[in-house]
Every structure is written in C-alpha cells, then in structure tokens.
Design a protein around this ligand. Sequence first.
Ligand code: AHM
Ligand code: MG
Length: 337
Amino acid sequence: MDSKFKTLYRHIIEEERKIPSASGQLSDLLADIALACKLISLEVNRAGLADILGLAGKENVQGEEVKKLDVYANDLLTNTMKVGGHICAICSEEEETFIPLDDKFKDSETISNKYIVHFDPLDGSSNIDANISIGTIFSIYKRISKTGVGTLEDCLQKGSEQIAAGYCIYGSSTILVYTAGNGVHGFTLDPTAGEFILFHENIKIPKKSKTYSVNEGNYCKWSGKMKKYIDSLKVDDKSTGKPYSSRYVGSLVADFHRNLLYGGIFMYPSDNKNLNGKLRLMYEANPLSFIVEQAGGRSSDGNSRILDIKPESLHQRVPLFIGSEKDVEEAEKFLNS
Ligand code: AHM
Ligand code: MG
C-alpha cells in the first residue's frame, strides 16, 4: 500500500505487531488520545468564531456553559482515557494531583489498566486569541504496581521509562507526531476524512542548525554563562555558521515542531527568579525529550540528560535545552565551562 495513504491507526497497529508479546492495548490507547486531539482541534478552530458569536464565557447552543479551552481539552482527554479503560492513573498539568483509576475489567484474567498517561492538554493556551499554534503533549508509561488503582510511584517514573510520547499541534493544519520507541512519525489531520494521514515517517532532526529559540527578554535574569552562550550565537563567524537566526513563537509545541523539522535549539533556562526555569518535567520536557532523542537529537537541563532525571513531584519544573545534537552539546559546554 502507498505509505502516503497510511492512517495513524494503521501505522500504530503495524508498529505494535512488530512486538510479538503486544496485546494491542497501546494501540487502543494511542487511538483514544488521537480521537481526543481531533475533537480538541475542532474546538480550537471554532474558538475565534465563538468570540464573534459572543459565546465565550456564556452559553453554547446546547445551553451549556462555554468552558475555557484548556479546561475543555483537559476534560475531554480525561474522559476519553477513562472510557478506554487502559489507564490506572491520569496526570494532567491542569490537575493538582493524579487521578487514580481502577481496573474496569477486574473479573477478567489479565489486568487491563496497564498504563499511566501524563498530558499537558493545551500548551501555550495564552496564545489562542492571537490565532497562534498551540498543542497537546502526552506521555505514556507502564505501571510498576501490579493491580488496582495506580500509585504516585507509578506516576513518578524517569522519562527514560516512557513507552510512547507525542504531541498534536493545532496550527494551519492539525498535525500529530508520536514515537513508541521506534522512530518519530508525523501525521496530518484530513478534516474531511477525519483521519490523521502519514506525512513523514521516521523524522530526523538535523544534527546542527542555525536557529535558536529562547525568550531573550529574560536576558538580564540569566547567569553569566547563559548570557555568554547566547552572545556567542550572534557573532559573525562563517566557519561555524554564525550568527544564528532567532525564532521564538512562545508556544512550546510550535517552537519544538519547527526545530524538529528544520533543526534548531529551544531553550527555557533557569534564571535568578525561576531556578528551575518554567517548563514542567513530566508534561513538557520528558515527552519532547523522548521524541527528540528518537529523532537523533539531544535534550538536557544544561548538565544532565532530561530523561535520566528522577522526578520528585508531578509538577516539578526543569531548565530545558532541546533540539539539534551539536547545538545542545555546545550549550552544555558553555554552561559547564
Ligand atoms: P503553559 O503551559 O502555561 O501554556 O506555559 C508554557 C508555555 C510554552 O508553550 C512556551 O514555550 C512558554 O510557556 C513560553 O513562556 P514565556 O512566555 O515565558 O516565553
Ligand atoms: Mg504547558
């Protein structure tokens, strides 16, 4: 079959079939997430219209209160996960703590709720009103505990334990990118068919780039080493391809996706006000780090590999340097000099 017409679901199933012991549950779970993303995409596209029609903050046509989009996305993902029955705990950036879920099919011989899902339901949501791309980020782990509801220990695993991760970007088109540990694959939503269609199998990030993405408005709050690194990207030096271009949307999924395709380094460093930067380890840094490594890139907190960090709390923040391998290595050299 022509790979141009491969749907996301077919791709996921074919990938899972390569693992002899696979039960098909991971495929179902990824399909549930993809369904939620399609529905979020519809709502994101209608967001501007809701304003024109005067619906925001009031009632929709069914007489229900219109929810903020990030709350809507969170509820939708949570409910989809609950119905699927493959999850023993849900961890969301929008929730204070994790939601434990019991085995829906307790009487059967095998445990059905094998997985834990972490997600940032709508990252960059402050950009919605300006029609800037935003996204959903997700990350899947296998449970450690044996039965019943999931525990905090299940939820606080290192990023290196992820079995799948991905994001959906709601931009000029809706694109879903995922990895299940065997390369990174991208799909575009065909709104007429309602299907994600494969557009790029086995995405590889360029090893070295000419682009950096950082909120340079924070320059005065950075360490001397961080300032030196950014200054070094702006010198005129043909042999190293400098000066680099600066590209910063301020919406992580959009910045990350562009860098994944074209090469680049995205940074959210620590500063003298936020010692651990801004981004969350479990909901943002870990899934994107798994993806970038699968694509041949690199990800670090400036000192160590993001995926090796043992999490201490669900919402912990971490400095993030992620993207093209050589560029992240260079940033690490400056920060550790
Ligand atoms: P959010 O999870 O509250 O949406 O915040 C995360 C967003 C990222 O999408 C983006 O990379 C970052 O915040 C931008 O932060 P800043 O405005 O400080 O540059
Ligand atoms: Mg976020």
